[in-house]
Design a protein around this ligand. Structure first.
Ligand code: NDP
Length: 448
């Protein structure tokens, strides 16, 4: 007779064997299932029905060729992916990532994470993720358009407002969503607004979607601080990345009285002791689409550290908002030695497992991405609601819904961790709470 812990270790071995070489996927699976032992002990029925085994296997995985021509007429071939991971709670939902590092295993790890994140929102969305190894950097608008059109020419047959609803992620913003939606509309002969989220608000997008992930992670941090009788006001913060999530995390932090002294891109770090000037940052990243180094053209006293490590900069609050595994054990140690009290993840799985252990052991308020960055997908679900009712909500109304959702997610994670005698452990709280939401729906549907 195997006990719950042995069963989980066996499941993990099977996942590794069935998905060879997909190390990020293995990491994401282990990070969730290692916290589920107490749930199986409390409710063995989940184990009897093989719910964890089922949750670890994607419902479907699609891989396709994406040929396109550059401005000189040269033909390029990329690979497109869409993984529908779990549809127990609603249509597959999750973003598209365009980045040269994208492999099937990357998409599977992101889609797996999305299962738990989406469940935490309390909204009717399943999980999926997709993307391509296409590198949008340095491409003209026309090249981006041709790539997006080719990508959608295959993807369209697999998606739909009731089936699978993609959105943006790294390398996919409002421009790309526009090209993708245009091609979908053209091929299908349908103005099906709810098939993609992250649309421009002038043609069916939700206000606040652009800001949602960044704002949401700050609201989550605020809730974690409240539990400790602290606030954001006056806190020194570091935010990695300078993309969609990072920019709007910085915006909300500043609105709530915190001071952000550093941000980054994959080439280097900007340290501005007086506080990052958001207007300049937006001009550099959103308008010029330039490297972050260009920030110092406007702010001569700010420092640019080529290939610098952002986590070396002392701060009280850290917001990893760039990419997976960007914060390792050494960085976690440095943050703690420098007086960091809370870490809220805007990116997906940015902290390595060793870094997470380090935060938990040192009682840092640590909000894992699947909880802390769920505001983006939650607002995507609000966009789907607006599309379904052919309505458009105000910025204030949508933002207040987002804030309430983040408060609820925090409470769900916090209360669940407490129920299992792990008060303050948001990793366990998030995993267990979301697992139960998904598992109970799956059980209701029988063996499918
Ligand atoms: P963007 O493409 O807008 O920005 C990504 C940022 O991260 C850029 O500044 C980029 O720099 C930097 N970056 C990427 N790779 C690396 C790397 N290897 N090392 C250092 N910096 C890097 O993406 P988003 O802001 O949308 O996404 C950021 C993270 O947040 C991802 O993990 C994403 O999955 C997650 N997320 C995003 C959501 C959203 O709503 N957008 C929702 C939930 C999670 P450079 O330009 O040099 O590549």
């Amino acid at each position: 007779m195997v006990n719950a812990q042995q069963r989980i270790e066996k499941i993990y071995e099977e996942v590794k064997n069935r998905n060879p070489g997909e190390t990020e996927f293995h990491q994401a699976v282990w990070e969730v299932i290692e916290t589920l032992t107490p749930v199986l002990e409390k409710r063995p029925y989940y184990a009897e029905q093989k719910i964890i085994e089922r949750i670890c296997e994607p419902e479907r995985q699609i891989i396709f060729r994406v040929p396109w021509q550059d401005d000189k007429g040269e033909v390029h071939i990329n690979r497109g992916f869409r993984v529908g991971f779990n549809s127990a709670l609603g249509p597959y939902k999750g973003g598209l990532r365009f980045h040269p590092s994208v492999l099937l295993g990357t998409i599977k790890f992101l889609a797996f994470e999305q299962t738990f994140k989406n469940a935490l929102t309390g909204l009717p969305i399943g999980s999926g993720k997709g993307g391509s190894d296409f590198n949008p950097k340095g491409k003209s608008d026309n090249e981006i358009m041709r790539f997006c059109q080719s990508f959608m020419t295959e993807l369209y047959r697999h998606i739909g407002e009731m089936t699978d609803v993609p959105a943006g992620d790294i390398g996919v913003g409002a421009r790309e969503i526009g090209f993708l939606f245009g091609q979908y509309k053209r091929i299908t002969n349908r103005y099906e607004s709810g098939v993609l989220t992250g649309k421009n608000p002038t043609w069916g997008g939700a206000l606040v979607r652009k800001e949602a992930t960044g704002y949401g992670v700050v609201y989550f941090a605020e809730e974690m601080l409240k539990v400790r009788n602290k606030s954001l006001d006056g806190k020194t913060c570091v935010v990695s990345g300078s993309g969609n999530v990072a920019i709007y995390a910085i915006e909300k932090l500043q609105q709530l009285g915190a001071k952000v002294v550093a941000c980054s891109d994959s080439s280097g770090v900007i340290y501005d002791e007086r506080g990052i000037d958001l207007e300049t940052l937006k001009a550099v990243k959103e308008v010029q689409r330039a490297r972050i180094q260009a920030y110092t053209d406007q702010h001569k006293d700010a420092e640019y550290r080529e290939k610098g490590n952002i986590w070396d900069i002392p701060c009280e609050l850290a917001f990893p908002c760039a990419t997976q595994n960007e914060l390792d054990e050494q960085a976690a140690q440095t943050l703690i030695e420098n007086g960091c009290i809370a870490v809220a993840e805007g990116a997906n799985m940015p902290s390595t497992p060793e870094a997470v252990d380090c935060f938990l052991k040192n009682h840092i308020a640590y909000g894992p991405g699947k909880a802390a960055n769920a505001g983006g997908v939650a607002t995507s679900a609000l966009e789907m609601q607006q599309n379904a009712s052919r309505d458009a909500w105000s910025f204030e109304h949508t933002e207040s819904r987002l804030r309430q959702i983040m408060t609820n997610i925090h409470k769900d994670c916090y209360d669940t961790a407490r129920e299992f005698d792990m008060e303050g452990n948001y990793v366990a709280g998030a995993n267990i709470a979301s697992f139960r939401h998904v598992a109970d729906a799956m059980l209701a549907f029988g063996v499918i």
